[in-house]
Design a protein around this ligand. Structure first.
Ligand code: MSP
Length: 519
């Protein structure tokens, strides 16, 4: 039987600045979801990349005294390096300056011109370069500024091409109402339904004179295509809409576009209208996540509080990004705003990864070595714990069905808590003196729980999960293990550990080292 496919995308990042943990948050969440669905046997395609055209990038390159393309090459490389450090296992990193993408954008634009959904008209409007869009006076704050970028938009008078967005607003509203999982979390759907009421046609080109760094309108070389139309189209280029029909038919429609709440309007209104106009099937869902603040403050260059994966890894002397991934995925329910602070980071990962998970494995394996020479001879598992393991697998799957990453992780932590409690209640160190059979059952049962926990947590903490898996006596990579394998994948009989094979899977973060380094 052919594998079912699962196509997942992130927003593509503007390359006017360097990658920070806000960008990383989204890529990590998407990576976690992608890895989970691979564990469910799906044929996953994971697309991420960078958004490289537009006035914002044109200006940044000019400020740096280099050509826009060179600027984009340099910065997109920094993003790729950051995603490597964060263990983001994507299938394609798309750049909007890629030749296949430029071709698709031009094709789509001309298609809509031919259909009459794009027309030319003159326009005067207020353009926010930060948002890369026109804002209506209603959207401005009391000082006449963009509420997100706190800057006055620039008045632009031009003859541009327009897209008949208003023509699609009823169809979009109906689609949202009929498909409760189209916008996730569901609580965000109303916000979009309200915005739809005020939707007018949008300008989809700028004169080349004002924005030279853009994809040309093929039939009118004095006009460049609007950066959001360019950017959104990446989702169909990424799976070969023009160049690889077979791939496109295999993966499209996209299962989920993972994006930040600030750009939900572009995805659930502009993108959807654009696809409707092109006659392309709509994505199944759009998940809008919240924003990450630092010490409860918005990250900004001027405040100097922008943190990257790299700085955190260096500050805390981390070998890999697992702890950061874990923290970001659990700091707030995925979909809500979250916060990073050094203190919260240390206490969360020390408690969950070092103590709860790591110590449980460590002390169980140590007892196995002490009382049984590191050998398993009787594989009897506690029935209640086994039941809980199986329930946890189903619960985690159900949570991931709605991309509730944080709640899925919580289910696994509850399982680990139960195993910790079980060890404390059963006291295998006392059983070792009175009932060796029961003692072995307790230790084996806990190790089985660790097997479930490592596989279920692998999407979030792939490196730690691998270490646990190896210390449980398994050979090879945890990466290929499917959730369906869990029942048959048993810890082997015989020697699984010695004093030398046991080592902490995660070392507590030393607050003093971190403090000194930050200074
Ligand atoms: N280029 C557009 C997206 C086009 S998608 C077709 C863009 N780029 S961005 O660089 O500004 O943001 C990229 C993604 O990162 C967005 O989904 C945005 O919400 C997310 N984040 C940027 N800063 C963030 C935080 N501080 N916290 C969480 N996510 C944040 O928008």
């Amino acid at each position: 039987m052919e594998k079912e496919t699962f196509y997942i995308t992130t927003a593509i990042d503007y390359v006017n600045g360097l990658p920070h943990i806000g960008h990383a948050y989204e890529k990590i969440a998407t990576d976690v979801i992608a890895r989970h669905f691979k564990q469910r046997g799906k044929d996953v395609f994971f697309l991420t990349g960078s958004d490289e055209h537009g006035i914002k990038i044109q200006k940044t390159a000019a400020e740096n005294g280099i050509q826009p393309k060179e600027h984009c090459d340099n910065t997109s490389n920094e993003f790729k390096k950051a995603w490597k450090k964060a263990d983001i296992d994507y299938d394609r990193y798309i750049r909007t300056t890629d030749a296949d993408h430029e071709k698709v954008v031009q094709w789509a634009f001309e298609e809509l011109l031919k259909k009459g959904d794009i027309y030319k008209s003159s326009y005067t409007g207020l353009y926010c370069a930060g948002c890369e869009c026109f804002l209506s006076p209603r959207e401005l704050d009391e000082n006449g500024c963009c509420p997100i970028h706190q800057k006055k938009p620039e008045e632009v008078k031009e003859e541009n091409y327009f897209f008949k967005l208003s023509k699609y607003k009823d169809a979009i509203a109906e689609h949202i109402k009929k498909n409760p999982n189209f916008i996730l979390p569901q609580s965000r759907a109303n916000e979009i339904l309200n915005q739809l009421k005020d939707i007018e046609d949008i300008s989809v080109s700028r004169s080349k004179e004002s924005v030279s760094w853009s994809i040309d309108v093929p039939s009118d070389s004095e006009q460049g295509i609007y950066v959001w139309i360019d950017a959104l189209t990446n989702y169909i280029t990424g799976v070969g809409v023009l160049d690889d029909k077979e791939k496109f038919n295999k993966y499209w429609p996209c299962d989920v576009h993972v994006i930040g709440k600030d750009i939900l309007k572009f995805h659930s209104i502009y993108w959807i209208a654009f696809l409707m106009a092109l006659g392309i099937e709509l994505p199944k869902s759009i998940f809008a996540h919240g924003w990450i603040t630092i010490d409860e403050t918005k990250m900004s260059k001027s405040l100097g509080n922008v943190i990257s994966i790299d700085t955190l890894m260096q500050t805390f002397e981390l070998q890999d990004a697992d702890a950061i991934r874990y923290f970001l995925m659990t700091t707030a329910s995925f979909g809500k705003d979250g916060n990073y602070s050094d203190e919260e980071f240390k206490s969360k990962v020390n408690a969950d990864l070092a103590n709860n998970l790591g110590n449980l494995l460590n002390r169980t394996l140590s007892m196995l070595v002490k009382y049984f020479d590191g050998k398993i001879s009787n594989r009897t598992m506690d029935a209640d714990l086994l039941k809980l393991c199986n329930e946890t697998v189903s619960d985690v799957e159900r949570k991931f069905d709605y991309y509730e990453v944080t709640e899925a992780i919580e289910k696994v932590i509850t399982l680990v808590d139960a195993a910790n409690k079980y060890v404390n209640d059963k006291a295998p160190w006392s059983l070792a003196k009175t009932d060796l059979n029961e003692c072995e059952k307790v230790l084996y049962s806990v190790l089985e729980v660790m097997k479930y926990a490592s596989v279920l947590l692998y999407p979030v903490i792939p490196n730690i999960a691998q270490k646990i898996y190896t210390q449980l006596g398994f050979e090879g990579e945890i990466k290929g293990i499917k959730l369906a394998d869990l029942k048959t994948l048993t810890i082997k009989e015989g020697q699984i550990a010695t004093k030398d094979t046991i080592s902490p899977v995660f070392l507590r973060l030393d607050s003093e080292i971190a403090k000194d380094k930050k200074k």
